[in-house]
Ligand binder design. Structure first.
Ligand code: SAH
Length: 262
């Protein structure tokens, strides 16, 4: 039997129309889809009726499937000759463990392809009216995880406090207060603008804005929770004038159908 292939596809930040044309094409041709929790169900609905859908983001008792097992699922289906789409939120190589999955496929000599996606860290913030760079305010941006790796502190927050660029923290909501405190300790002004953006690019998008010292309170007031992006820097101040959520147009069904002809 011929071996199948795995496409690691970035689904974008949440609005389903933000997937790439190539990503959508792969979903429509998939025989198996292995997806994460944050992937919009509307994208999964684009799969053929016969496609097997495997959710590795959450099992019935809410435990995510261990990474080793996900790697094995991809290998097994590819070896069985399937067209496997590994659908991940945002971009597959930005904190999605896509690198580990591709490594495992490569080691097992299974053909794979990466289809980049719009990362929530950039595109999601754009939907909240926040440009990650701006000539007047920020000439770099740093995307970091707020998550602890097996109890170890993965970031040197004091060093990050010294950078002038926009700081973007993914998976940081549970430790938001502590992170803001460490950044202030490291020398960032407590008055530095800071925001949290929940469900970026989706109709339920919500933003809490304040400063490093008030963000915790704002998050509580707005009842924000994960998944959310935390962004720190002067570009946050642009969010009001650059917000466009109320003027968005929906992509038409006809445009989506055009993809099939490509
Ligand atoms: N590969 C993804 C990130 C995976 S890590 C990407 O490129 O976007 C998962 C974290 O990303 C979440 O905990 C959250 O911090 C952030 N995230 C992903 N999608 C989001 C969204 N629509 N709104 C806010 N945060 C999001």
């Amino acid at each position: 039997m011929n071996k199948g292939k795995v496409w690691l596809v970035g689904a974008g930040p949440g609005d389903p129309s933000l997937i790439t044309v190539k990503g959508l094409h792969c979903i429509r041709e998939a025989t198996v889809i292995v997806h994460d929790r944050l992937v919009n169900p509307k994208l999964i609905a684009q799969a053929p009726d016969t496609c097997q859908i495997i959710n590795v983001g959450k099992t019935p008792n809410h435990h995510p499937v261990p990474q080793e097992q996900i790697n094995q699922i991809l290998i097994d289906h590819a070896l069985a000759g399937k067209n496997v789409v590994r659908l991940k939120g945002g971009d597959p190589y930005v904190f999605g463990r896509g690198g580990e999955e591709a490594e495992s496929l490569s080691r097992h000599k299974i053909a794979f392809e990466i289809i980049p996606g719009i990362s929530s860290s950039i595109g999601g913030l754009a939907y909240a009216g926040i440009p990650v760079t701006h000539r007047d305010y920020s000439s770099s941006f740093h995307v970091v995880t707020g998550h602890l790796c097996q109890g170890n502190e993965p970031q040197n927050w004091h060093a990050l406090a010294k950078t002038e660029g926009t700081l973007i923290i993914l998976m940081g909501m549970t430790r938001q207060e502590e992170i803001c405190k460490l950044l202030i300790e490291g020398g960032k002004s407590p008055d530095t603008p800071a925001a949290a953006v929940m469900y970026a690019s989706q109709p339920r998008q919500k933003i809490a804005k304040g400063t490093l010292s008030t963000l915790k309170q704002e998050i509580e007031n707005q009842k924000l929770h994960a998944p959310a992006l935390i962004v720190i820097g002067n570009v946050v101040n642009l969010s009001e004038i650059l917000s466009f959520a109320s003027t968005q147009v929906d992509i038409s069904h006809e445009s989506l159908q055009l993809v099939e002809a490509m």
